[in-house]
Design a protein around this ligand. Structure first.
Ligand SMILES: Nc1ncnc2c1ncn2[C@@H]1O[C@H](COP(=O)(O)OP(=O)(O)OP(=O)(O)O)[C@@H](O)[C@H]1O
Ligand SMILES: [Zn+2]
Ligand SMILES: [Zn+2]
Length: 800
């Protein structure tokens, strides 16, 4: 007899303890850890999804155990490595194993639940009877029932008047197509067996003879070639064609990539490549920090180290921030490694993601490129892991499980004995500090490939620009734009905001249109002609009069990309301007299209949000303008300066990447701020020292580790009370050197009708911390029914 240990998916009763289930005899043989199963759970034996983490043989009878109901997979979807990783992740991120396991799989592999009720007798309640007619199975979630009706359904079920069944579906399916294989060797014999008037069959035979291939897609034969379906059928019957179902990839390689050979490395690149290759060959999990200025050729270093891994029969994982996963980047990797590459990005439909994932799982893909979640790609012979733009905030997952991609990458590298390369022009303070201490090996690319200097950067003090042509474009920037347009060079403009205006203000009474659910003003969107909340999605009409005093004196404040494009179009009507932000790139393929046009110089100016700051490599761009460098500097967050410095350095790096020298203009209201000064001088090193001093003085990372605890509830008082209670408990338990900040209301204190309080824990070493937080995690689970939530965020990306 075999018993499976299963981690079950029960949202209201999460636990890291597995449950034991008997394996039915017919399924016993191929049961293995990493497979998803359907199991009965709880009093009502409702069916839930679970993961087998262990299979054991037992000789003693176990009558008390429930039985596994069925499998969702033929083979394990998670490898032993990933099962182990989930265990570690649950512990270090204070989340439940089931959420870690589910995070590792494509979304579409999360099982779908259905609750189906069937009335066994005619129900007396008239309304209920109309919704649940006799003997008709009804999916309960698809029908509107009042709470009273729901209670009644439960009662009727106990009385036996109703049966309720739970279905668990696997949503993930491979796409299968019908393929016909030609079995005919002797066409003359077949022809002699066809009747003379069977014209459709004659046609089919002629077609098969004429096309020298052996396999035909049925749909193509019938629809494209216009052959008769019944003729095909009769050929199948007579054994001349063999029918088979073949899997078809949903995101096929449409583009033919021109193969691109390895470039001859510069001496700096060569030094880096040699060091990393040596670690791959020696199979040691050494971390490298590749600090290379913008345009220094970091990508080529990645590609040539990946090449070495492949030569040794190993695989490679390359992670990039979602917004840097541009068609340009994808092309570079595919040109080098062709069809061995699998790409995972948010632009893929669920089915396409599933197909790519399976190409990785079954070993067809050797190189995986993707954003954060690709760190769980089920590669089994990892030879190298690369994190490009390692400083990027998107590497931290903000929801449960709150993992840091970097840490997961290091865990996997230790498992596979392979090196990790963290690459950036502006490494995070944490990584750079570790390199300083010798924990990472620092590799430098201090100069640009083209031997050009980094672009000349001018800072424009906007407080002295009262007579500027518009509030967004200063005289110096406008002059530079006109010059570049005249010489047919291209321009990138950064506006770190989205939407049209930040907020609407009544000039008579000072009323600001706020989200009814959140403590934040609504943002105006011209494309949808609505005011939107960026936090909860609330949307309403743009008011023509003040909702408070009915005055017509309404003004829109702040700026967005739409408004910037409008202003620019009036200033330089001859320019062809493309806007790139969340709104214009939402549609599938639209980002690729914007970049293609810009690359082919069908547009002159690319104006966008921070998504234009990373990775773009266009040789004809000679001017970069930052319209408002200050957005973000005032945020109540200890990383505000670091983020600003990064953004400015990265975007400045888009200029002058080829023969022509680049120029950068930064408009700011804080021209003397050190983040802006050092960005102007392209001086990462001085910024690093300056910022490290400040972090040291104020006791922030990397000098301290931090954990953010957030409590939220429908009532402010409830949230505050619990936050203070947690603070007291922690104070009593934790080390004397550990510092607790707060509780304070979160900077945006209310989101989606819930109130937020937060507490920051700063520590250097605290042996009691882990147990205390695990205790809070358990407590959170217990009180979640009361509507109060606690979130534990280790190494939070911000304190906001
Ligand atoms: N050894 C080389 N010889 C010739 N060209 C090279 C070499 N290495 C890289 N390049 C080219 O130099 C340009 C800049 O390289 P790449 O985009 O990799 O820089 P990067 O360091 O990733 O910059 P960023 O951080 O700004 O994205 C690219 O067009 C690339 O093809
Ligand atoms: Zn809102
Ligand atoms: Zn008003």
């Amino acid at each position: 007899m075999k018993v499976a240990e299963v981690i079950v998916d029960v949202p209201t009763l999460q636990t890291n303890t597995p449950y034991s289930y008997l394996l039915p005899a017919d399924l016993c043989d191929h049961a293995a850890p990493g497979m998803r199963v359907v199991v009965p759970f709880g009093k009502g034996d409702r069916l839930v999804e679970g993961f087998i983490i262990k299979v054991e043989v037992t000789s003693t009878a176990q009558p008390a155990l429930k039985m596994v109901s069925g499998y969702l997979d033929e083979e394990p979807v998670l490898t032993p490595e990933l099962l182990k990783l989930a265990n570690w992740m649950a512990k270090t991120t204070f989340s439940f194993q089931i959420s870690c396991l589910l995070t590792m799989l494509p979304n579409v592999m999360k099982a779908k639940y259905q609750t189906i009720a069937t009335a066994n007798q005619v129900l007396t309640d008239e309304k209920l009877r109309s919704k649940l007619p006799l003997q008709v199975p009804v999916e309960l979630t698809k029908v509107d029932f009042s709470p009273a009706e729901r209670r009644k359904i439960q009662k009727l079920r106990q009385q036996g008047a109703l049966t309720i069944k739970y279905h668990v579906h696997n949503q993930a399916r491979a796409k299968l197509i019908t393929v016909l294989e030609n079995q005919i060797t002797d066409f003359t014999t077949v022809a002699s067996q066809l009747r003379a008037n069977a014209t459709e069959q004659q046609k089919l035979l002629a077609y098969l003879k004429q096309h020298q291939q052996t396999r035909f897609v049925q749909q193509n034969l019938v629809q494209t070639a216009g052959l008769s379906r019944s003729a095909v059928q009769s050929f199948v019957k007579r054994g001349w064609l063999k029918k088979m179902m073949v899997e078809q990839r949903r995101a096929p390689e449409l583009q033919q990539y021109v193969r691109d050979a390895a470039k001859k490395l510069t001496s700096d690149q060569q030094r880096a490549v040699t060091a990393i290759q040596a670690a791959i060959t020696a199979e040691v999990s050494r971390p490298f920090l590749l600090e290379g200025v913008t345009g220094s050729g970091k990508t080529e270093v990645y590609l040539q180290t990946i090449q070495r891994a492949l030569e040794l029969g190993k695989q490679a994982l390359m992670l990039v921030p979602e917004i840097a996963l541009t068609p340009q980047m994808v092309r570079r990797v595919k040109q080098r490694f062709g069809t061995q590459v699998a790409i995972i990005h948010s632009g893929l439909a669920n089915g396409e993601k599933y197909d790519e994932w399976r190409r990785i799982r079954n070993g067809a893909a050797q190189v995986v490129v993707g954003a954060r979640s690709a760190v769980f790609a089920p590669l089994q012979r990892l030879g190298i892991i690369i994190l490009d733009e390692e400083h990027d905030a998107s590497y931290k997952q903000e929801d449960n499980p709150r993992y840091q991609t970097r840490s997961v990458a290091f865990w996997r590298a230790r498992y596979h004995h392979c090196p990790v390369v963290l690459g950036s022009a502006t490494p995070s303070l944490e990584s750079r500090a570790r390199a300083e201490k010798g924990r990472y090996q620092l590799l430098r690319l201090p100069t640009r490939i083209n031997q050009q200097k980094l672009p000349q950067t001018q800072v424009v003090d906007m407080t002295k620009q009262a007579a500027a042509p518009t509030e967004l474009f200063s005289e110096p920037l406008l002059t530079a734009i006109k010059e570049k347009l005249a010489s047919h060079e291209q321009i990138v403009l950064l506006l770190n905001r989205r939407g049209f205006s930040s907020f609407m203000l009544c000039r008579d009474c000072g009323y600001v249109l706020q989200c009814p659910n959140c403590d934040i003003s609504l943002t105006m969107h011209l494309d949808t002609k609505t005011m939107k909340c960026h936090y909860c999605g609330y949307e309403t009409q743009i008011p023509k009069t003040c909702p408070n005093c009915h005055s017509h004196q309404i003004r829109y404040f702040g700026t967005g990309t739409e408004k910037a494009v409008q202003q620019l179009a009036t200033l330089v009507p001859q320019a062809r301007i493309a806007r790139m932000d969340v709104d214009t790139t939402k549609k599938k393929g639209s980002l690729a299209e914007i970049l293609r046009k810009f690359g082919q110089q069908q547009t002159d100016i690319l104006l966008g949000t921070q998504m234009i700051a990373k990775g773009l490599d266009f040789p004809n761009v000679t001017l970069v303008g930052v319209l408002n460098a200050d957005t973000g500097l005032e945020l109540p967050d200890f990383r505000a300066s670091e983020r600003t410095f990064e953004l400015l350095t990265q975007v400045a790096g888009r200029a002058g990447r080829a023969e022509k020298p680049g120029q950068v203009i930064i408009q700011t209201y804080n021209p003397d701020h050190y983040a802006i000064r050092y960005a102007q001088q392209h001086d990462y090193e001085s910024f690093f020292r300056h910022e490290m001093r400040l972090r040291h003085l104020s006791g922030y990372p990397p000098y301290y580790f931090t954990v953010k605890l957030t409590v939220n509830a429908p009532q402010a008082r409830e949230a505050a009370q619990l936050a203070f209670q947690l603070q007291e408990e922690l104070q009593a338990q934790l080390a004397k050197t550990t510092i607790l900040l707060g509780p304070t209301p979160r900077p945006i204190a209310r989101i989606n009708k819930r109130y937020y309080y937060q507490l920051i824990i700063k520590y250097k070493q605290d042996p009691k911390l882990h147990a205390s937080l695990e205790h809070i995690q358990q407590h959170a689970q217990q009180i979640s029914r009361t509507g109060v939530q606690i979130a534990i965020d280790p190494d939070p990306i911000s304190f906001m």
